[in-house]
Design a protein around this ligand. Structure first.
Ligand SMILES: NC(=O)c1ccc[n+]([C@@H]2O[C@H](COP(=O)([O-])OP(=O)(O)OC[C@H]3O[C@@H](n4cnc5c(N)ncnc54)[C@H](O)[C@@H]3O)[C@@H](O)[C@H]2O)c1
Length: 274
């Protein structure tokens, strides 16, 4: 039987590279997608023939669509897992002291590339994954999205990042056990890591950062194992801190009416949107 196949975005560095190596150790073939062609190709060459580097800007739908098509063909027309992981910090500070003004005197828009890369791209990734996972011999597959602790708590230095990562937690929950994906054997879960030393962190921050607050990569790969090994687990957001995994629930309902809307009113919405 052919090996299972995964796509990992942001695979040239940090968590994506660790995911790639871990998936290889579990017998997967990995299509490594990254914006950084030099490093991505170098890593893929080092890791060997069970990897394929595909130069991809996840913010471009055309790039992601080409990535999925190429990975599916390379993998022998199967796609078992997606790690939608590529991410960047705030692309522009919303707090800038002077707003850039264009020739017509209008204030130039804020650069929202962070939303494109960190939120829109994983959503398009799930859209594409569904198309290919349905064609597997046993239809279905697993999506693991990299959100962040900033998907659970505000990070006032990076409000765009916070918005995107909160969005991923909501998206994951919506695509969970109550969604049609669950009936199709497509699971969607996300990880919310605390501080993991990678190239995402400004280099001058790493040396003075207190070691007792660093989450090791082994916790990140443990969370990947949890989602790969628990076939039906879906819609979960897991916070990763130090060596622990904390499954985080949505906020509680404040009253019986909201509980009814959240839990009992499903038929109204299904009728409305069908
Ligand atoms: N490091 C942490 O402490 C931490 C904590 C929580 C969440 N995360 C999340 O983990 C994910 C991985 O980040 P990391 O810490 O490994 O950082 P990293 O910078 O080491 O790796 C990110 C990779 O994504 C790639 N990338 C960036 N934009 C891209 C694009 N448009 N298209 C394709 N590839 C692109 C980069 O080239 C890089 O190789 C991100 O989503 C990040 O938000 C990181």
């Amino acid at each position: 039987m052919s090996k299972p196949v995964a796509i990992v975005t942001g695979a040239a560095s940090g968590i994506g590279l660790a995911f790639t190596k871990h998936l290889l150790s579990r017998g997967y073939r990995v299509a490594m997608a990254d914006f950084n062609a030099l490093e991505g190709k170098r890593q893929s060459t080092e890791l060997g023939a069970d990897t394929l580097f595909i130069h991809t800007d996840v913010a471009s739908y055309a790039d992601q669509a080409a990535l999925f098509k190429a990975a599916f063909e390379w993998g022998g027309r199967r796609l078992d897992a997606l790690c939608a992981n590529a991410g960047i910090a705030d692309s522009q500070s919303i707090y800038e002291v002077s707003s850039p003004v264009e020739k017509d005197g209008m204030v130039a828009p804020l650069n929202l590339q962070t939303i494109e890369v960190d939120l829109n791209a994983p959503i398009q990734g799930v859209w594409l994954f569904k198309h290919y996972a349905r064609q597997n011999v046993v239809p279905g597959g697993k999506v693991i999205i990299t959100s962040s602790a900033a998907g659970l708590y505000p990070m006032s230095t990076n409000p765009l990042y916070t918005a995107a990562k909160h969005g991923l937690v909501g998206f994951t929950r919506a695509c969970g056990e109550d969604s049609p994906f669950a009936k199709e054997n497509i699971t969607v879960n996300c990880i919310c890591p605390a501080f993991v030393p990678t190239n995402l962190c400004p280099p001058h921050m790493l040396a003075p950062f207190p070691k007792e607050h660093i989450t090791p990569m082994s916790t990140v790969t443990k969370s990947l194992d949890t989602f790969l090994d628990n076939g039906s687990m879906t819609g979960q957001s897991v916070e990763l801190s130090l060596d622990q995994l904390y499954f985080r629930k949505m906020v509680d309902y404040p009253n019986a009416s909201q509980r009814w809307l959240g839990e009992e009113s499903k038929k109204f919405w299904e009728d409305a949107y069908s």
